[in-house]
Design a binder for this molecule. Sequence first.
Ligand SMILES: [Zn+2]
Length: 285
Amino acid sequence: MSPELCLPLIDTHNHLQVESFDRDREAVVRRAGDAGVACALVAGGSPLDWEKCVSVARGARWCAGLGVHPLATASAEVTPESGEILRDALRKALSEPGSPVVAVAEIGLDGYVAGLDWKKQEEVFASQLKVARDFGLPVSLHVRRSVDQVAKWLRRIPVPGGVAHAFNGSEEQARVFIGLGLKLGFGGAMTYSGSRRIRHLAATLPLGSIVLETDSPDMPSSSRRDAGALRTEPSDIASYLGILSELRRVPASDLAPVIYENSLNAFPLMRRILGARTQAEGPER
Ligand SMILES: [Zn+2]
């Protein structure tokens, strides 16, 4: 997409806090701004990175989510009591002025990685859904090979919306999630011509249910893979808008405002962050 077009975009899921961004995080954020990224959700992985998540999100003037990633359940330090640790951390983070925290993220279940204790995953996930419910916060969900099981828990413990990130389920499963009030996140996987199912969903699902995400530094697009530059970054979202525009045969300039609103509807507190920023910057001269 041409930079002069600079449509307002939101990266609804990344991990800007991780070490691979330590050496050039400011430049990454600047490039995202140049590509039109107005805001992003920096998703946490475990109690070990929550503080950094919040400070990195503050530095970028983006938003943060705190949560325990399902893969982190492999650590003995993560227990079902992690939900209570999350509760305390959220209480503290949300009491700070101008808190960037807008979601419980990244949480969910992983049915792909071998050797994880499924029961423990479910306990840790359920405990965090209760926290999200109690705080009235939306969630960013990891649903890799676990869509039905995640949906089952959401029916038991309803939360106020959010996003099924990197959605890779069937059309029927997509409709179940939409029915549960969730948006579906599309990103790098959509750029591969072989990702038939994902591309079909991105092309045909109701537009109101779609948001874009990079999951950076992960999920390289086909062009990144070809170039051998595997670290993704939030500015990549502009090219994903381009792909979505091709798939849906709708101009990017028509898609962008809808996707932007979808993202804010998924994470309503993001509006406050964007609004506060506009106020601080004052009227345009
Ligand atoms: Zn992620």
